[in-house]
Design a protein around this ligand. Structure first.
Ligand SMILES: Cc1cc2nc3c(=O)[nH]c(=O)nc-3n(C[C@H](O)[C@H](O)[C@H](O)COP(=O)(O)OP(=O)(O)OC[C@H]3O[C@@H](n4cnc5c(N)ncnc54)[C@H](O)[C@@H]3O)c2cc1C
Length: 386
């Protein structure tokens, strides 16, 4: 397997708060021990200032998922660890290599063309299956015009870093805090080095009408917040102001002859529930299962790609449906829990609160890679020559 990566790791990336749905994939990569001993901030749950009553409430992952905690990560370190793991498992990783084109023969994807950074020399590489994991560059989706934007989730994110902040005590010390504001929401993600990532997300249309710089807007939102401003009262800013377009989209197809799309290359969902890395790792794992099945039984390629697509799409669609519901901040928390239940547990086998936690943990068996494994295990294997 060849991995072609534009940057040289470690490299900065946004997406710092993980959810427990990442654990099963770390286990498959035999990376759980290394990650757990890396000194990362342990995130036992989520604290919210969200909903009609404007009160602070928290959920603990142990109430609704198989795992007690997950991590807040600097992506430079976390992704570098995963890249090392890929090499250990035999992947040939080419860094500083920019994929400039995807090669097709008819409608079949057969490889890519890339150049090394700083060089004009073009190299072509062919593969039986091509996986587009290019994130928001979404190389294949652009080429095949697959992107469908979610017009109601066209947001802008602005963030920076602080030190010297207050923290919660005990199990809540590593929680992400999410605070709803009148025109958006704030995140507060603590790391183990006593730095905290603080960001503001708001509709792009709202931000473009504001006559102030993004820096001033972030400062204003923090100043007007209840809980984030309290925790930041003694803190000082230690990073520059960063910003990105945060527009949700889903591709019309997640695969086709010779190719699969994973992670943000397939769909990007608003970061409200910190689901991006879990979706990327889960879909990467599902794509790997699908490809090994396809290589064993090439005649079933279309069917197996369809299975991959259906499973990942149901995960993506469920999260988007719930985010849309959650963006209405005028409900009681019990309403949000009930909505989560209607998505992941319509038979009401567990309490609505457990279903909410299971959904935001990315752990609901109806949504995750557990079903990928089952799906590909269950397939009927046609004996060779039979
Ligand atoms: C404001 C904001 C906050 C977020 N917060 C969270 C969060 O708290 N938790 C969370 O889980 N997610 C969060 N996300 C989402 C998260 O960042 C992504 O969902 C996640 O990184 C997707 O992983 P990926 O592997 O698909 O893509 P990426 O992590 O973007 O990786 C894609 C890789 O492809 C490489 N690449 C791109 N183009 C090329 C090319 N032409 N040739 C070669 N290589 C290329 C890039 O260099 C990159 O390394 C957030 C997103 C935003 C915008």
């Amino acid at each position: 397997m060849v991995v072609i990566e534009k940057e040289r790791f470690p490299r900065y990336h946004i997406g710092e708060s993980l959810i427990p749905g990442v654990h099963p994939i770390l286990a498959k990569l035999e990376a759980s021990g290394e990650v757990d001993s890396a000194g990362l901030c342990r995130k036992y749950g989520v604290t919210l200032l969200w909903g009609r009553t404007r009160e602070l409430w928290s959920v603990d992952f142990s109430e609704g998922s198989d795992y007690d905690y997950i991590y807040q990560v600097k992506r430079a370190e976390f992704d570098n660890l995963l890249m090392r793991r890929a090499r250990l498992h035999g992947a040939h990783v080419i860094e500083d290599a920019n994929v400039t084109d995807v090669l097709f023969e008819g409608d079949r994807c057969v490889g890519v063309r890339y150049t090394m950074n700083g060089s004009d020399q073009v190299t072509e590489i062919r593969a039986r299956m091509v996986v587009d994991a290019s994130g928001q560059s979404r190389l294949l989706a652009r080429r095949l015009k697959l992107v469908e934007w979610h017009d109601d989730l066209k947001n802008v994110a602005i963030w920076t870093y602080f030190q010297g902040h207050l923290t919660y005590g005990g199990r809540k010390a590593g929680n992400i805090l999410v605070e709803n504001m009148s025109d958006g929401w704030l995140w507060f993600i603590p790391f183990s080095d006593n730095t905290v990532s603080v960001g503001f997300v708001a509709a792009a249309a709202v931000v473009s009408k504001m006559s102030m710089s993004l820096h001033d807007l972030l400062e204003k939102e923090i100043a007007e917040s209840l809980e984030v401003s309290r925790l930041l009262a003694p803190a000082r800013r230690v990073g520059g102001i960063r910003t990105t377009r945060d527009w949700s989209y889903t591709c019309r197809r997640f695969g086709g002859p010779g190719y699969l799309l994973v992670g943000d290359a397939a769909a990007f969902i608003d970061p409200l529930f910190s689901t991006g890395v879990a979706l990327a790792m889960n879909s990467g794992s599902g794509a790997a299962e699908a490809i090994s099945a396809i290589l064993a039984e090439p005649a079933r390629e279309a069917e197996l790609i369809g299975l991959y697509e259906d499973t990942h799409r149901s995960f993506v669609d469920s999260i988007i449906a719930f985010i849309r519901y959650f963006y209405d901040p005028d409900k009681d928390k019990e309403f949000y829990w009930a909505e989560a239940q209607s998505i992941v547990d319509p038979g009401k086998e567990r309490s609505a609160r457990e279903d909410f936690i299971s959904l935001i943990s990315g752990m609901s068996p109806t949504l995750t890679g557990v079903s990928f494994e089952k799906m590909f295990e269950k397939r009927e294997v046609t004996p060779i020559g039979g």
